[in-house]
Write a protein that binds this ligand. Sequence first.
Ligand SMILES: [Ca+2]
Length: 87
Amino acid sequence: MSDLESGMVTIIKVFHKYSGHKCKLKKTELKELINNEMNHFIMKICENDTLDELFADLDQNGDLEIDFKEFITLISMVTSAFTLKKI
Ligand SMILES: [Ca+2]
């Protein structure tokens, strides 16, 4: 696999690690995923208000869970922001 394909597989694996069989993240699972897996890219979430705000932004269909498509939006936003910085 190419580096890009390996990265895509990793994104899917990490999502499933936190979502389990239901394939959707609850609010606490999203917090855990961000705090454990993304702490070089974004600050850890400590405040509940911050988590509530982010969760509401990502939960586009309003079912109070984050599905893979909604999760990819987060990955896309954070990756785009990171690209703007010089690596
Ligand atoms: Ca949702």
